[in-house]
Write a protein that binds this ligand. Structure first.
Ligand SMILES: [Zn+2]
Length: 482
């Protein structure tokens, strides 16, 4: 049987996090009764003129910088013409020959665990279409559809990769890293299940040993990275079976059906000339000067790769733990805030991935909803580090902070958790215990080291567990060996 090589390119649409639409002041927020977030501009009524939203340019350029792209000083808008009821103007304003960003890349790991650069061809700005709401319970038993234009002209960026990926694993890794970068940059909500990040897959197979790419098929309707992965696996098998039987692959758009786990044909794929692109005459070109570019560059946060490097190389957090922290931006930001207080990266990462994560899991909460204050949590960990409270008590205090929102100091005082580390306060207790227990003392001095544990236990009992064990141990040793 012939072996085939897979070639994959990905296209992403990300809704930008602006307050208003791309060419008018209608709100971008989703929900709301149908056709309530609309105006003559986004409905494409005759005689209106679009005005470009400055925030769209800033977020698109910021995403481009984060994705290692060249940001164009000069770009312009074009019209992409097609007829569909969800598109009020019968054309989409997008960018065609002169997009805002070009030639970027994302670094992923290949199957051998080696770093691999997947190139990004372009990023362009465009407007979203509306939505069709179908009657009936599904499209097949629907007798009519009604358009809702609330989403029409919500700003998007389209990110187009080069066909540099060769497996479902690489495609998923690229998508997940892209999502994480956009999340850190705060340019989009990137919620695939809600459609604020959408992914289309282009996939072709060619026999091993040949250079010419096979006919590509586009897969749409993928609303999770699991779906992206499964659809690629399915399509690899389907195309290999066809090629084995000598059947030609048709260039087409296929839909992923989550229920059946299959792709099915939707329509033959349009070529660019089908869209009759031409320059948008109602908008001036977008020109980014030095000052504006610097302003955007200054808004870039620390990106995932740099953050991972800082955690592992500078702060000494383990690779696996650092990965877990960086994957989750709210967790990563909380880590930084806690580290600022405690200055002990290992301790902070252990508590965050251990006790704090357990409390969140038990209550079914996301990290973004964490009801803990970083400064107060840091104060608790500092007390633990200084020996002013013991480990078991600290865990209980954290739990109470989590459930009640009370301050660490108040909980420690109310529950009598303060640990006694002051030697002068403990010296008297140690002396008293030695006086009260002559037999164990004699045993210890005769070489029975186990007697030491008994004496320690007496000291802890006397202080109701609040004595700092390390200090008691030191004092006992000193007194016995005097
Ligand atoms: Zn509008």
């Amino acid at each position: 049987m012939t072996k085939y090589l897979t070639t994959i390119g990905l296209e992403f649409h990300a809704e930008l996090k602006t307050k208003t639409k791309i060419f008018c002041s209608c709100p971008t927020e989703s929900g709301g009764a149908p056709n309530t977030h609309v105006c003559p501009v986004c409905l494409g009524l005759p005689g209106v003129l679009p005005v470009l939203n400055k925030a769209v340019v800033e977020l698109a350029a910021k995403a481009g910088m984060a994705l290692n792209c060249e940001v164009a000083r000069f770009s312009k808008f074009d019209r992409k013409n097609y007829f569909y009821p969800d598109l009020p103007k019968n054309y989409q304003v997008t960018q065609y020959p002169l997009p805002i960003c070009r030639n970027g890349y994302i670094e992923i790991k290949d199957a051998q665990g080696q770093a691999k650069k997947v190139r990004i061809n372009r990023i362009h700005m465009e407007e979203d279409a509306g939505k069709l709401v179908h009657s009936g319970s599904s499209l097949s038993d629907s007798s009519y559809s009604l358009p809702d234009y609330n989403r029409a002209a919500v700003p998007l960026i389209e990110i187009v990769s080069e066909p540099d990926m060769c497996s479902a694993e690489e495609a998923r890794a690229f998508g997940e890293m892209l999502r994480l970068i956009l999340l850190y940059c705060d340019v989009s909500d990137v919620k695939m299940e809600q459609g604020s990040l959408r992914c289309d897959v282009n996939i072709s197979l060619r026999p091993e040993g040949t250079d010419e790419l096979g006919v590509k098929v586009e897969i749409k309707n993928l609303n999770s990275f699991r779906a992206v992965y499964n659809a690629i696996k399915y399509e690899e098998e389907r195309q290999a079976d066809m090629l084995d039987c000598g059947e030609p692959i048709v260039q087409e758009t296929r839909l992923w059906d989550e229920q059946s786990g299959e792709t099915r044909s939707m329509r033959s794929k349009e070529d660019a000339h089908d869209y009759r692109y031409f320059p948008e005459p109602d908008l001036v070109p977008v020109v980014l000067d030095d000052e504006w570019m610097e302003h955007i560059a200054a808004s870039l946060p620390e990106l995932p790769a740099a953050r991972l490097c800082r955690l592992t190389e500078q702060l000494g957090v383990g690779e696996k733990e650092a990965q877990q922290i960086v994957q989750n931006p709210p967790l990563a930001h909380f880590f930084d805030a806690l580290y600022d207080e405690v200055k002990d990266a290992k301790m902070v990462s252990n508590w965050l991935l251990g006790d704090v994560s357990r409390l969140l899991n038990d209550s079914g909460m996301e990290f973004s909803a964490l009801p803990l204050d970083a400064v107060d949590t840091g104060h608790l960990l500092s007390l633990l580090k200084q020996g002013a409270i013991n480990q078991a008590s600290a865990k209980q205090v954290l739990e109470e902070m989590f459930t009640t929102g009370n301050k660490a100091d108040d909980i420690i005082a109310a529950r009598g958790f303060a640990q006694i580390s002051d030697s002068s306060a403990l010296e008297g207790i140690v002396a008293q215990i030695l006086a009260d227990n002559p037999q164990p003392v004699a045993d210890y001095l005769a070489g029975k080291k186990a007697a030491f544990g008994f004496l320690m236990g007496q000291a802890m009992k006397q202080t109701k567990g609040q004595a700092n064990p390390a200090v008691v141990k030191e004092l006992l040793t000193k007194a016995l060996e005097a």
